[in-house]
Design a protein around this ligand. Structure first.
Ligand code: TRP
Length: 326
């Protein structure tokens, strides 16, 4: 029996290449080794400002297509939409009743986000980590692939698991993060900060056209101060991207030019642009195809809801029985 893995991504628009490297790329590698549940965390995305109606629905479907275009295979892993498995919300409520508010007040992501969206500090934003804990515990996974920014949430998941076990009897075991190698893709506009969708000029999307990629990279900041003997951060970022999306030979070649002081950043940017465009070309094509195969997407989504729903339902039944609700 393969060990189980669960992870989700919020549908908030096109994924940029930093998101891809940080999560989706690893999901594709994991689907062969583990029993994987990957979902679109649409309930989580309601905690941030969004446009109601069709735009949200499109973002959700688009993320499913992006999963498939990136190489997730519905025959190997379970792909589903969080809100279609109502047990996520149901277990969240039960877990809520086990957790003192103080535990959530400490969450650094909550503090960051409420600073950024001070006009919309909703209860969902506060409760976000409990929903995430429910997402995880429902599937009783061994591992959860997450970025560093989610580790505190994972600790909370284990706190909740212990609290539940203590009060109602052994039910959940500890989950462990499945850490990707720590790679921080930085903003093209300000290489001191992480690449982010909320900062214009900072990101390249997975499905950007080769022209868009070239244009965005041509504006990437390279001239920043750096301590003696160190690469400026913006340049280092371009080299990191070249290693991820290009090949070792090109990387070594530019490294030599850099060391010799003969490097032309416009050449580096052009080469990087074509390597990135090439890397995503196949995915871009599949994504375009999927946009014309809505029925196939419907089927993936429906099958995923059934498969995930079975596991989730069995956990919720067990939880209810232990509590005494049934
Ligand atoms: N909070 C995660 C993020 O923003 C997304 C997420 C929601 C998640 N539920 C999850 C990740 C459960 C792993 C497991 O990256």
């Amino acid at each position: 029996m393969k060990e189980r893995i669960v992870s989700g991504i919020q549908p908030t628009g096109d994924l940029h290449i930093g998101n891809y490297l940080g999560s989706l790329k690893n999901f594709v590698e994991l689907q062969d080794k583990f029993d994987c549940y990957f979902f679109v965390a649409d309930l989580h995305s309601l905690t941030e400002d969004f446009t109601p109606g069709q735009p949200k629905a499109d973002q959700i479907r688009d993320l499913v297509k992006t999963f498939v275009a990136a190489g997730l295979n519905p025959d190997k892993c379970t792909i589903f939409i969080q809100s279609q498995v109502p047990q996520h919300a149901e277990l969240t409520w039960i877990l809520n009743t086990l957790l003192p508010m103080g535990e959530l007040e400490r969450m650094t992501q909550y503090k960051d986000k409420s600073g950024r969206q001070s006009a919309n500090i909703n209860v969902g934003l506060f409760d976000y980590p409990v929903l995430m804990s429910a997402d995880i515990l429902l599937y009783k996974p061994a591992f959860v692939p997450v970025g560093h920014d989610q580790l505190q949430h994972l600790e909370l998941t284990n706190t909740l698991a212990r609290k539940f076990n203590h009060k109602f009897g052994e039910t959940f075991s500890e989950v462990k993060p499945y850490m990707q190698k720590p790679l921080r893709i930085m903003s093209l506009a300000d290489p001191e900060r992480k690449m982010s969708k909320s900062e214009p000029g900072s990101f390249i999307n997975m499905f950007d056209s080769p022209e868009e990629i070239a244009k965005k990279l041509s504006r990437a900041v390279t001239a920043t101060d750096a301590p003696e003997g160190e690469m400026p951060k913006g340049v280092k970022n371009l080299f990191d991207l070249l290693l991820e999306f290009g090949n070792q030979e090109v990387y070594d070649d530019f490294t030599k030019q850099y060391q010799a002081g003969t490097i032309k950043y416009s050449d580096l940017k052009q080469t990087l642009a074509s390597q990135i465009a090439q890397y995503f070309q196949h995915m871009r094509e599949i994504k375009q195809q999927l946009d014309t195969q809505e029925r196939q997407i419907d089927k993936i989504i429906a099958d995923g809801a059934v498969k995930a729903g079975k596991v989730a339902q069995s956990t919720v039944q067990e939880v209810k029985a232990k509590i005494g609700l049934i």
